[in-house]
Design a protein around this ligand. Sequence first.
Ligand code: NDP
Length: 318
Amino acid sequence: MAERQQVIVIGGGPAGLTAAIYAARANLSPLVIEGYAAGGQLMTTTDVENYPGFPTGVQGPELMQMFRDQAARFGATMLSVDVTRVDFSARPFRVWTDDTEYEADAVIISTGANAKWLGLESESRLRGYGVSSCATCDGFFFKDKDMVVVGGGDTAMEEALFLARMASSITVVHRRDEFRASQIMAQRVLDHPKISVRWNAVVEEVVGEGLVSGVRVRDTVTGETDTIPTAAVFVAIGHEPNTGLFKGLLDMDESDYLVTTGTSTNIEGVFACGDVQDTVYRQAITAAGSGCQAAIDAERWLEAQHSEPAQTLGTTNN
Ligand code: NDP
């Protein structure tokens, strides 16, 4: 027998937990199925200095614990297991974990996205100690230092241009001899006096004991290696939204992000918020903001369902 819930939130980062706080305060007793990696990307972030309300900064995991405590205080239930399958083809919607089947009147998806990494041991060892995937979050720690940005897409260009405001120099390391980025962004990087580019170069190792001191790169044409001294390495080779569960069920863009209008997906009653549907901002505060919106949208939608005659299941055409 499936457990019936009014609202199930899938994913427990800033978006999902904010949705849970708002849904709980609307008396919807949300169940948050957070996943085994509860807390999202902030769990692997050390100092968060741009979350409003924390003038001296806060540790990522500490911030997420506060979100959880706040959601729990109003009656949200958190479950640190993964969702294994969903069925949105009929109402109530169905959501499975390994050992339980749930039914939900409304679902809020906030499964987030993960930065892609190069996959080097030295990269993961020094993450948070000079290796980062977020210039907006971490650039400031390396003010007036030399920095490296890895990648050749628009994200890499954007990160390099942002960091150039505070760095003494930026080296963009790209594995080919031309950028993938849009012409206009690429040109801005090429024209910037503080930014230089290492073409045809792959990062073999992030160098440093305790803190980053350089990156060892190999020239793909000559095969030669050398080390670029740097205090920080910003890996900007793309993001991957966590949408595998929803393939074929929900509309996605060409990079597999959920397509939303506001927070509505193409299935009425299924909402999405946070990085899983955001290719632009990707900040904890914007994720939290959209989580709030999703909960309000879900609450209003549920309210409308109760006050209207039974409807047949349909998809929104927006
Ligand atoms: P992209 O997939 O566009 O680019 C990724 C870049 O990283 C490519 O240059 C790729 O190299 C490189 N790369 C990938 N894997 C590796 C690896 N293992 N080692 C070294 N280099 C690697 O991702 P983005 O995040 O840059 O952009 C995603 C989407 O978001 C795009 O559509 C982009 O236009 C959009 N965007 C738009 C912005 C804007 O308009 N302001 C800002 C940011 C993103 P290669 O080129 O050789 O494949």
